[in-house]
Design a protein around this ligand. Structure first.
Ligand code: MG
Length: 158
């Protein structure tokens, strides 16, 4: 059996008056991510983790932010593309684990919804996906609530 590990990272600044979308879920917040697409840090990091695990480029190559097609695009488009690449190569997703760092927003109330959305898109059971929210404890700009980031690990098998 072949085992592949993928890692993904994404970070965006926050600005007032934008929707905050994480894992395809609208989070109750006065601030949302500034991005070319919807700025979904979890789906972006997960897309990169899946692509990286199979050695197939990265999200910036596949979906350049200079391309008008991805302006305000829902990020499930990126995740669906990564999913297809992974499955076409014969891999199965063993698990996904993520850390979402946001100072002023709690992830826990949305965790089930995010996991549910992700499981549906990837066509895997919810038990294979986990994520947790962390704070930056007031340190630096992230700690002042000016941005947020996400780290994702995934293991694939074939
Ligand atoms: Mg991004």
């Amino acid at each position: 059996m072949e085992i592949r590990i993928g890692v993904g990272f994404d970070i965006h600044r926050l600005a007032e008056g934008r929707d905050l979308i994480i894992g395809g879920t609208k989070i109750d917040s006065d601030f949302g991510f500034i991005a070319h697409s919807d700025g979904d840090i979890f789906f972006h990091a997960l897309t990169d983790a899946l692509l990286g695990a199979v050695g197939f480029g990265d999200i910036g190559q596949l979906f350049p932010d200079t391309d008008k097609r991805w302006k305000n695009a829902p990020s499930n488009i990126f995740l669906e593309k990564a999913r297809d690449i992974v499955y076409q190569r014969g891999y199965k997703i063993s698990n996904i684990d993520a850390v979402i760092v946001l100072e002023k927003v709690k992830i826990l109330p949305y965790r089930e919804q995010i996991i549910d959305n992700t499981a549906k898109i990837l066509n895997i059971s919810k038990e294979k996906i986990f994520l947790k929210g962390k704070r930056f404890e007031g340190i630096d700009d992230i700690g002042k609530g000016e941005g947020g980031f996400c780290i994702v690990n995934t293991i694939l098998m074939r």
